[in-house]
Design a protein around this ligand. Structure first.
Ligand code: NZQ
Ligand code: ZN
Length: 386
């Protein structure tokens, strides 16, 4: 196992009715900016619950943060934060709203000229404006980690940012919010969380037995609850397990002491930036080709995954590893997620070259756990994903 230092300061308030407890988590006399998305919270009762809980605070609202949070929209919120002297941010939404809030937390205290530099130059945020979240969509893990991904439509770019100053102070995980989530987003949540685990697991062994077992158990739980939550979003037991699995998939725990990959995400982000494809679906498009192209490096872990997660017991190590890749693609299909780029856009030709050129220009010369996934390899992987 590799050395690590781990601290996760986010307090989790899990379960039915927990939204009413947020007032005691926000510092007294705070001036709160409540941030939300396109309006789902106005129709599913979450808005009322949050407003009631905040009744003793001075609150300003900012709605309209789109999926794949847009820089220009967030800059409008930043103006409000400054003009109104906001002291606390509350994200009420899915990964996009929480990520947008993280960007604002960083940008509010940023002293440079252009907040876009935080993203473009990967500036880590050591201290941000304090914020909390009320999660409405299990998927990203953003509610308990310190990363964010921001999009800029103007330049078709999507960049990640983060830093130890960007953990939410608290996050409410009330599985009842799952009830109103459309099937497409439930499927996205399952696929995104599943891939988060794979990115931290499908590398090479450093004999971190516990991290491996926790990762495998998150995958198994997602596989087990997927049919139930897709069938009935008001199944509270399934919703609880779905929600906590998504959080555990990317709150840093399984990443400690082990190598991680994240190349699937780096390529996937480009597909969202170029075509607007849902984040989770871009991962399903890239994963199979990535594992095939990097088969030799990942074979041992792929075989372990096939055996322990999918109960594949027959065949050589290479055959089992191959079965693991096939099972993964079948799992995405079982969620109703297509796994080829050409199934999402007719404009796919040339995408591999565009992405590989972008990576070359950004100096992203070696992705993955070995730093071996060069722009040339990226080109090959994306081409195989057409
Ligand atoms: O905007 P509203 O009206 O709220 O509707 C949203 C949105 O249209 C809807 N929704 C959310 N909760 C709902 C609901 N509809 C009904 N009932 C509810 N309870 O769902 C739609 C999608 O929401 P979004 O927040 O965009 O989805 P998700 O949570 O999947 O977030 C995706 C974003 O997170 C980033 C992605 O790149 C993408 O930009 N990621 C963030 C990560 C992180 N911070 O750690 C890691 C991930 O890998 C990912 O990259
Ligand atoms: Zn993701």
């Amino acid at each position: 196992m590799n050395n690590f230092q781990y601290k996760n300061p986010t307090k989790i308030l899990f379960g039915k009715g927990q939204i009413e407890n947020i007032a005691s988590e926000i510092p007294e006399n705070s001036k709160v900016l409540m941030l939300f998305g396109g309006g789902s919270i106005k129709t599913n009762g979450v808005y009322e619950q949050v407003s009631k809980a905040l009744s003793n605070f001075e609150v300003i609202e900012f709605g309209g943060i789109p999926a794949n949070p847009e820089y220009d929209v967030l800059m409008e919120a930043l103006d409000i934060i400054k003009a109104e002297k906001i002291t606390f941010l509350l994200a009420v939404g899915g990964g996009s709203v929480i990520d947008g809030t993280k960007f604002l937390s960083a940008a509010a205290l940023y002293e440079g000229d252009e907040p876009w530099d935080i993203l473009k130059n990967s500036i880590r945020t050591l201290k941000g404006m304090p914020f909390g979240s009320v999660l409405t969509l299990p998927a990203t893990g953003s509610e308990m980690n310190s990363g964010a991904v921001i999009t800029r439509a103007e330049t078709k770019e999507k960049f990640a940012m983060g830093g130890p100053g960007l953990f939410p102070q608290f996050s409410v995980l009330d599985p009842e919010v799952v009830k109103s989530i459309p099937q497409r987003q439930i499927a996205n949540g399952l696929a995104d969380a599943f891939t988060h685990v794979l990115e931290q697991y499908m590398t090479y062994s450093v004999d971190a037995k516990l991290q491996d077992r926790i990762a495998e158990s998150i995958l198994q739980t997602l596989i087990e609850v997927a049919p139930a939550i897709l069938k009935d979003t008001s199944d509270y037991k399934a919703a609880s397990n779905f929600m906590w699995s998504c959080t555990m998939a990317l709150n840093g725990l399984i990443q400690q002491g082990v190598p991680s990959d994240w190349a699937v995400h780096m390529m996937g982000h480009e597909l969202t930036a170029l075509f607007g494809i849902d984040h989770a679906r871009t991962l399903a498009i890239i994963a199979e080709s990535h594992y095939k192209v990097n088969f030799d490096d990942k074979k041992d872990k792929l075989a372990q995954y096939a055996e322990r997660v999918w109960n594949v017991t027959e065949g050589t190590k290479a055959e089992m590893a191959k079965a693991g890749i096939e099972k993964t693609t079948k799992f995405f299909h079982s969620l109703g997620i297509k796994t080829k780029l050409s199934e999402y856009t007719e404009d796919y030709k040339g995408t591999a070259q565009i992405i590989s050129k972008r990576f070359e220009e950004r100096g992203w010369k070696g992705l993955g756990e070995h730093g071996k996934v060069t722009p040339e390899t990226v080109e090959k992987i994306v081409e195989m994903s057409y």
